[in-house]
Design a binder for this molecule. Structure first.
Ligand SMILES: Nc1ncnc2c1ncn2[C@@H]1O[C@H](COP(=O)(O)OP(=O)(O)O)[C@@H](O)[C@H]1O
Ligand SMILES: [Mg+2]
Ligand SMILES: [Zn+2]
Length: 454
């Protein structure tokens, strides 16, 4: 009998070696290697792509603009770049319980209502569990096929005979192919199954949406390898203790990335939030305390008003604490250094907490000025002007740097009834805005004197 060849595969990034390693040289994670059966000889056969086309002159290529299927859920459509592209493979990733199965079952219902056929491969739950959820969500259709199956080959057979418009695989971690021998859920299996589904989507011209769970570290399990393969990656985020959920596109071959769609989770499933800034600001007008500011962040092409809170207090510890929620801690440290050096704010004996209200992550430098002013108002114990919103990146010398999409941000603040907005002087505003005063600031000190009323 031939000896079974094995290899060690990093379960985080897919790096392969012949022997066990404690630390992955590729992604630096520890203890992530698992022994898997090496079936690379078989794999070459699978890699052969059926379509053999000669190289073409650019001018000879015919433009066939992609066909998109609308999900009828406008927030989801926007994140997808205008609907599901026919023949594309979309990965939806998120924590367990965030609502991945829910939104895809709802999407299935919407598609079936347009007379499309959907095959829902339920690899984790039984058909009756899916039925129960469908009943709760009010999804019913004869075009919706539920298929509890984990074997890729059987799934493929059914896709080929049913020829649905959309296939949903819930989840990629739960299915396996007999073409390789690694166990279900291992990186090799996930990668292979995803690869096979990708080929099937292209050859049959069927759209496939694949669900992927996220690891403890917040990565898509089996993860980076999948992100490279698929056409579109959509992250499902949200605060587990709150009802809103955010869909964010982080890769899209057919559309804009970093678009977001905002939903609210309820007993009848996810409903679209048409005016998200209102939700994020709901409590702002009621509780006004020193240390809160409103920033206009830009998520993809959409501006969003969110509240930033800071709390500064004398530390009982030898080294003061710096805690940031929803913003990058490194960014907060940098802002503190700028405040200390440029306006002489001494925080060496103070704990500093910064929090973004509403459980959303704000990862753009345009939030800097809002964070800085939240800290300053807290230290000085003054209430920030209720009617003023803030945008601006803070440079190391205390200068305020220009931000993108300035007009959209101003427009959003105006729409929500803000009377003033502080923006970087370097930003050129062409459009005329009524009912909102635009205050330009060049340096941090100007922004402080211009915005805090004594
Ligand atoms: N009866 C219910 N009423 C309200 N919300 C529910 C109900 N059942 C489930 N949910 C919501 O649905 C979520 C689970 O959604 P699901 O789509 O199964 O998540 P995932 O597939 O991402 O693991 C729960 O966390 C809860 O918020
Ligand atoms: Mg699920
Ligand atoms: Zn690795």
């Amino acid at each position: 009998m031939a000896k079974i060849k094995t290899k060690y595969v990093c379960q985080n990034c897919g790096y392969e070696t012949a022997g066990y390693l404690g630390k992955c040289p590729e992604c630096s994670s520890w203890g992530s290697f698992i022994e898997e059966i090496d079936s690379s000889s078989k794999k070459e056969a699978i890699q052969e792509v059926s379509e053999i086309l000669p190289p073409m002159k650019l001018s000879e290529i015919e433009m066939n603009s992609e066909i998109r299927i609308s999900t009828n859920i406008s927030e989801f459509d926007r994140v997808l770049g205008g609907g599901i592209v026919q023949g594309s493979l979309v990965l939806i990733a998120g924590d367990p319980g965030i609502g991945k199965s829910t939104i895809l079952l709802q999407t299935s219902g919407e598609l079936c209502a347009q007379n499309k056929t959907v095959l829902y491969v339920s690899a984790e739950e039984s058909a009756s569990q899916v039925k129960l959820r469908a009943e709760r969500l009010g999804v019913k259709s004869d075009n919706l096929y539920i298929y509890p199956q984990t074997n890729y080959e059987l799934i493929k057979k059914n896709i080929e005979s049913l020829k649905p418009d959309l296939v949903i695989v819930d989840s990629i971690q739960a299915i396996y192919t007999t073409q390789i021998q690694s166990s279900a859920g291992s990186v090799s299996q996930i990668r292979e199954c995803c690869n096979l589904l990708m080929q099937l989507a292209k050859s049959e011209n069927i759209s496939v949406i694949v669900i992927g769970h996220v690891t403890k570290e917040g990565n898509i399990a089996g993860p980076k390898v999948l992100e490279h393969m698929v056409d579109t990656v959509i992250q499902f985020e949200g605060d587990k203790y709150k009802t809103y959920r955010i869909l964010r596109s982080i890769k899209n071959r057919f559309g804009n990335t970093s678009e977001v769609g905002i939903f609210e989770m309820g007993a009848k499933g996810l409903s679209e939030v048409i005016n998200p800034s209102e939700i994020f600001l709901k409590e702002y007008n009621q509780i006004q305390t020193p240390g809160s500011t409103i920033i206009v962040t830009s998520e993809g092409t959409r501006p969003l008003l969110v509240e930033i809170q800071a709390l500064v207090g004398t530390t009982p510890y030898p080294a003061p604490r710096r805690v940031a929620n929803g913003v990058d801690t490194g960014r907060v440290l940098q802002i503190l250094a700028v405040l200390e050096k440029r306006i002489g704010l001494n925080l060496s004996k103070q704990d500093v907490y910064v929090n973004v209200i509403g459980g959303i992550d704000v990862n753009e430098p345009a939030a800097d000025l809002g964070i800085a002013l939240a800290i300053v108002t807290c230290v000085r114990d003054v209430v920030f002007d209720l009617q003023t919103a803030i945008v601006g990146e803070l440079g190391l010398s205390g200068e305020i740097r220009a931000v993108n999409h300035i007009e959209k941000r101003i427009n959003e603040a105006q729409k929500l009834g803000f009377k003033r907005i502080i923006i970087p002087e370097a930003n050129d505003v062409q459009e005329k805005f009524e009912g909102i005063e635009i205050v330009k600031a060049k340096r941090i000190m100007e922004a402080i004197t211009g915005s805090i009323k004594h």
